[in-house]
Design a protein. Structure first.
Length: 187
């Protein structure tokens, strides 16, 4: 009898595809203005900056690292994604779009974290448990400098391009709908 994958694993595996579907809905619901775009893009940029920093310190599926932001956060890539999502929610200037983003991030990132932690425990055992328990400095990788090559190898440039495309689409929608200057004109 074939084993059915838990919902957690399905959500984790399909989170990028679900993100595109959610993105279409968010775009449709969005009512961005110049002000919402400025604040939202600044916030999303902080999230993407954290993701780039984290991706430049990580050899995915090959090690447990406490280098860079991993010395402070267990899941800096997912924290960065959450900050980016908050920024895009602000940029959309739509409470329903913001709720959709929150539901998407809550479901998929929780699933991804649990799935990833199970993999890391199976693969690295006590080393991962010590890391999660707060033991830092146990790895020779702890003090390595940021590597743009690692960030690229981890495909972080794809995420950066995706955020840029989302922002450009929101700017286009705001301009097309005449909403871009709504906040500045007081209405």
């Amino acid at each position: 009898m074939p084993q059915i994958a838990p919902v957690r694993d399905i959500l984790a595996r399909w989170r990028v595809t679900l993100g595109f579907v959610s993105g279409v809905a968010v775009f449709w619901l969005a009512q961005p203005t110049a002000l919402s775009l400025a604040v939202g893009v600044a916030t999303a940029s902080v999230g993407e900056g954290l993701r780039i920093w984290a991706a430049g310190h990580l050899n995915k599926a090959q090690e447990v690292t406490s280098s860079g932001p991993y010395g402070w956060f267990a899941h800096p890539l997912y924290i960065g994604s959450s900050i980016m999502g908050a920024g895009l929610a602000v940029a959309s200037d739509s409470p329903i779009a913001a709720l959709l983003i929150a539901i998407y991030l809550g479901a998929t990132l929780t699933a991804a974290i649990r799935s990833e932690e199970a993999f890391l425990r199976r693969t690295f055992g006590d080393q991962y448990d010590r890391y999660r328990g707060g033991a830092r400095g146990a790895s020779s990788h702890d003090a390595r400098p940021f590597s743009a090559a690692l960030a690229i190898a981890n495909h972080e440039h794809r995420t950066a391009v995706g955020v840029l495309v989302a922002v450009l689409l929101l700017v286009l929608k705001a301009t097309y709908n005449g909403l871009f200057w709504r906040a500045a004109a007081g209405g």
